[in-house]
Design a protein around this ligand. Structure first.
Ligand code: SIN
Length: 281
């Protein structure tokens, strides 16, 4: 791996995550983007600070990663439908994304990447946790790997009504729920997936994973409970503290993330764009 020449890359933990500095995302040439992309594949999630970008620039950056993925359940902003505004108001009791998950895993082609940009942040709290799912796979025993290699998971997004009920503690998010129409919101995926760009294997489970194909519910439950806990042990994670102007770009093919629900009484507002992915193999 050659060194970076146009950006500074500072790893965050032994597991994943790196802060990238020395650049303005409004002024990004192809060579600098190539280095960001390389750092992203190497560190799984990259973070930027003190960026002042418009929705148009946010979308331009996102399109460098691929086509924009429109969320099947959630309505985007009126003037920028590709951007989901995630808002938690002072009196909300639910935090969007506050269980470990990977984005849109209930879809046959889940989102490849997510770009989250902080517009308003609480004085303290509201951090996001990330977990390295390559490590989650690599640290399993050979016996467990061999068993999981053959398994398929069943991943569920729920109906529009179930989603609205789930978001009832956050009125602004509940109001964004839309009918998914023809979009598939329940899908089988391989338990172990191979990353199409790095060729590395990752454990592929998340909060959307509800059962195992061909297993009774009682048989699947302890296997999934074990893997869920194994995957997010502290040694496999990093935690990002947001400030206005911070941005995170994560790879949904090899990470999970979770928004922390620890800032009751304060407002947090983020702009999120997801990038279309392919069929997991
Ligand atoms: C998400 O799950 O996409 C949101 C994460 C966050 O708000 O920190």
């Amino acid at each position: 791996m050659t060194a970076y020449e146009r950006i500074e890359v500072t790893p965050m933990t032994g597991a994943l995550g790196a802060e990238i500095s020395g650049l303005n995302l409004n002024d990004l040439d192809d060579e600098t983007f190539d280095e960001i992309h390389r750092a992203w594949l190497e560190h799984l999630v990259v973070f930027f600070r003190d960026q002042d970008i418009t929705p148009e620039r946010h979308l331009e950056l996102a399109r460098r990663f691929g086509d924009i993925h429109l969320h099947p359940f959630m309505r985007g902003m009126d003037d920028h439908p590709e951007i989901l505004e995630i808002v938690k108001e002072e009196d909300d009791t639910h935090t969007f994304g506050s269980v470990w998950h990977t984005d849109q895993m209930f879809n046959p082609k889940p989102a490849k990447a997510t770009i989250l940009y902080a517009k308003e942040t609480p004085a303290a709290g509201g951090d996001t946790l990330f977990a390295n799912m390559y490590l989650a796979y690599e640290t399993l025993s050979d016996g467990m790997k061999a068993m999981l290699e053959r398994l398929k998971t069943w991943n569920v997004g729920g109906s529009g009504a179930a989603r609205a009920a789930h978001y009832r503690g956050t009125a602004k998010m509940a109001a964004k729920v839309k009918d998914p129409g023809e979009a598939q919101t329940e899908t089988a995926h391989p338990m172990i997936r191979t990353h199409p760009e790095t060729g590395r294997k990752a454990l592929y489970i998340s909060g959307h994973t509800k059962s195992l194909e061909g297993f009774e519910a009682a048989e699947a439950a302890p296997i999934l409970a074990y893997l869920r806990a194994h995957a997010v042990q502290p040694e496999f994670t990093c935690r990002f503290r947001w400030a206005v102007g911070s941005m995170a770009i994560w790879d949904n093919r090899c990470t999970q993330h979770r928004a922390l629900d620890d800032y009751a009484g304060q407002r947090r507002r983020m702009h999120r764009i997801t990038i279309a992915g392919d069929t997991p193999h």
